[in-house]
Write a protein that binds this ligand. Structure first.
Ligand SMILES: [Zn+2]
Length: 56
């Protein structure tokens, strides 16, 4: 069984695309890996970082 590439999820808030000024947030849901791109100022990105335990 091959490993599926991460599914790209577009943020409904900032609608950032992969590229300059965007940061990826990785998440796993039921064995599927997803990548959500956010603008660095997106509040959803900050929330994801807190949920991931990366923000102290
Ligand atoms: Zn966002």
């Amino acid at each position: 069984m091959s490993v599926l590439p991460p599914r790209i999820v577009v943020c409904s808030n900032c609608q950032a695309r992969p590229g300059a000024g965007a940061v990826p947030t990785l998440a796993a849901h039921e064995g599927e890996l997803t990548v959500t791109w956010h603008a660095t100022v997106c509040p959803h990105h900050l929330a994801d970082r807190i949920l991931a335990g990366k923000e102290s």
